[in-house]
Ligand binder design. Structure first.
Ligand code: PHE
Length: 452
């Protein structure tokens, strides 16, 4: 029997849930690093332009498809296209969301382990010790898998409760908590002696560093950070109300996502520079460099160091859980509506499927030869295929779909809520979706593949 479809109860809950899906590990470990490496404030300006000119139009397109379809991503594309081949773009979105979830859960599990480890003082030692701790933990066959299971079960429990009492209620609690933790650490970090050099690194505009790599990097980062082309935005939009102002919501979600990314930079760089460390990116930044930074920066008051560390990994875990919820919901909604099964059964299948992927991704960090091939571990393969192939292909096709295939009147009606909200920028939106976004996405795609 088909379950009654849920929707978001309040405007605030809807914004916090959608922003929660977007705010994730990418905001904390990728954005600050890219900013520092690519000219600080100059890069932030380029990034904001990418969000405004490309991220928001793409997000709006997914809002339109999702809300119009009021169903899972696959069916939403199918309904808008009259069931022709465009529906496979929707299917690609569902597949991308599902595949990402497996490996994203592994890193999220590491975050939980580090909350535990910071609390019990397991990562207070010298740099070699911390380095060794991470290498040993991530290649352990059991512990990371147990944490992956834990975070997936938590996500599943939220999802089983549905849209309002699961996703919306949890986001309303977790997002403000995340924001407060972030502010506390930003203050602690900026007050450290020498912290101003970190702020300078982040905010001093250096336009000479803005090369084509920086532009394409900013574009790729804006898509990843806003969770474009992964089914998440489209699925959440299917729970929006008819009177939701789509343009305003896209602006609010993007603003929150960008604000949190910039604050994450203010949390990391002042602390790192105060102890003379120039941070890199990726897992090593979060799980090796930062524990060292916290240990050294707060050596005089270890209790503060411990608290900052616990807060930091708790914050990361919260960011990861809200993103996992959005990923989980993509596949859950798909299974409920396509297989006509209950939410509980669908969520259990999705959790089991992602755990399966997660186990193998996690094990690929141990020395199991068949889990590494073609110069990458299985974990890296999932990251590469979803992030660098499925994401741009899905985003590109979605722009073509909305820009060229869907009747203009229908897009306009959704954009303006059937003429009830201002549509002055509709022409601009359509121009970007038709020409600018597909060209830019194609450029990033080819650049990532090394074509130019
Ligand atoms: N947008 C998330 C981030 O910034 C990444 C993500 C991708 C989350 C896909 C959910 C789905 O980290």
């Amino acid at each position: 029997m088909m379950e009654k479809r849920g929707n978001f109860g309040t405007e605030l809950g809807m914004i916090l849930a959608t922003a929660g899906g977007a705010v994730g590990l990418g905001n904390v470990w990728r954005f600050p690093y890219m900013t520092g490496e690519n000219g600080g404030a100059a890069f932030i300006l380029v990034y904001i332009c990418c969000v405004l000119m490309l991220g928001i139009p793409c997000m709006l397109s997914e809002f339109i498809i999702g809300r119009h379809g009021a169903s899972n991503t696959y069916r939403a594309y199918s309904l808008l296209s009259g069931g022709n081949a465009w529906k496979y773009v929707g299917l690609l979105g569902v597949a991308t969301g599902f595949l990402i979830m497996g490996y994203y859960a592994v890193v999220s599990g590491w975050c939980l382990q580090y909350v535990y480890a910071s609390f019990f003082g397991e990562i207070t030692g010298n740099a070699d010790f911390v380095n060794h701790y991470f290498a040993e933990f991530s290649s352990d066959p059991w512990r990371p898998v147990i944490w992956t299971l834990a975070i997936l079960v938590i996500t599943c429990l939220v999802i089983v409760n549905g849209v309002r009492s699961g996703i919306e209620r949890t986001s309303k609690m977790l997002m403000p908590t995340l924001f407060i933790l972030l502010l506390v650490i930003v203050v602690a970090s900026c007050l450290l002696p020498g912290g101003e050099r970190g702020m300078e690194f982040l905010f001093k505009p250096d336009f000479t560093k803005l090369d084509s790599d920086a532009f394409l990097g900013a574009l790729g980062q804006s898509f990843y950070s806003l969770s474009i082309a992964m089914g998440c935005i489209c699925t959440y939009a299917s729970y929006f109300k008819r009177q939701t102002n789509l343009l305003k919501s896209a602006l609010q979600v993007s603003l929150l996502d960008t604000l949190i990314a910039v604050l994450a930079g203010l949390m990391i760089f002042p602390a790192a520079f105060s102890v003379g460390v120039n941070p890199g990116s990726g897992p090593s930044l979060v799980f090796v460099t930062l524990p060292n930074v916290f240990n050294q920066a707060f050596a005089a008051v270890p209790l503060v160091g411990m608290l900052v560390s616990v807060f930091f990994y708790a914050l990361l875990s919260l960011a990861a859980i809200t993103s996992l919820m959005s990923l989980h919901e993509v596949s859950t909604a798909f299974l409920i509506e396509e297989l006509h099964i209950t939410r509980r059964t669908a969520a259990t299948f999705v959790t089991a499927g992602s755990l399966f992927i997660g186990i193998f991704c996690s094990l690929s960090f141990s020395d199991i030869p068949w889990l590494s091939f073609g110069g990458r571990t299985l974990f890296d393969w999932f990251d590469f295929v979803t992030g660098q192939i499925f994401l741009p292909v899905g985003g590109f096709l979605t722009c073509l779909f909305i820009g060229w295939a869907v009747p203009r009147k229908l897009v306009r009606d959704e954009f303006t809520n059937w003429g009830t909200v201002s549509c002055r920028v509709f022409g601009v939106y359509l121009f970007f979706v038709r020409y600018v976004c597909p060209t830019a996405i194609l450029a990033v795609f080819l650049h990532q593949l090394g074509v130019f």
